[in-house]
Each structure stands twice: as C-alpha cells, then as structure tokens.
Design a protein around this ligand. Structure first.
Ligand SMILES: [Zn+2]
Length: 122
C-alpha cells in the first residue's frame, strides 16, 4: 500500500521537526498534494490517522489536504492551462506541452505545534 509508506515518511518528518521545536503536541499538519501525484488522499488520511494514534506527540493531529491543480504552460502561445486527464494539450493552439507548472507535488505546507512553557526553566 503506497499511501501507507507516504504517510510514514510524512509522520517521520513531522516528528523530527516537532522534536526540534520542543513540541509537546502537534495540532495540525497541512499537506499540498498535486492532482497528478497519483496519491489517493482518502487512503493517505486513513494511514496518517492510524500512525499518529500510536504516538502521544501526534495523537489527534488534524490533517488538512490541499489539492493542487494539474497545470501546464504552453511554449507556443504562452498560455497556462489546466491539464485534463493527464493530457497536456493546449486548448488555445492545440500544441502539446511538456512544461508542467504544478500538480505533481507532495509537500508539507505547514504544521502547528504546542510547546510546554516549562521548557524555558532549564
Ligand atoms: Zn498554446
């Protein structure tokens, strides 16, 4: 299951960053996932929830997934256009374009953490 492996690597990155920041709990993780990334977001969210429930640092972390449209740039007429069904054909001049602007990304956009105030007393 591809999405489980992806969720695992996201959880690892989030945990590492949360520890670096001295977090006691991660409240929210916001992901950007491109339409053409091939990732099933429902499946990813399910895997994420399962993995985060295993660690108190992440238990109950809210996952927000922002879908990024698949967009290309046409070199012939300089038009930006939405790619439909993975076919990068410019609707203006009917040229094929290999210049993909967005839609294939998978990234952690943002995360919100809680920190303990007592950390400063050391
Ligand atoms: Zn064009």
């Amino acid at each position: 299951m591809h999405e489980l492996a992806i969720a695992q690597s996201i959880v690892e990155v989030v945990m590492t960053r949360a520890r670096e920041c001295g977090a006691t709990h991660v409240k929210l993780v916001r992901l950007q996932i491109g339409e053409a990334s091939g990732i099933m977001t429902d499946s990813l969210a399910f895997s994420f929830e399962m993995l985060t429930s295993l660690d108190p640092l992440l238990d109950g972390t809210q996952l927000l997934i922002e879908s990024i449209p698949h967009v290309a740039h046409c070199g012939a007429c300089a038009q930006e256009f939405a790619i439909i069904n993975l076919v990068p054909l410019c609707p203006i001049c009917q040229q094929w374009s290999g210049d993909i602007i967005s839609g294939t990304e998978l990234q952690i956009q943002e995360m919100e953490i809680e920190t303990a105030l007592s950390v400063m007393e050391e």
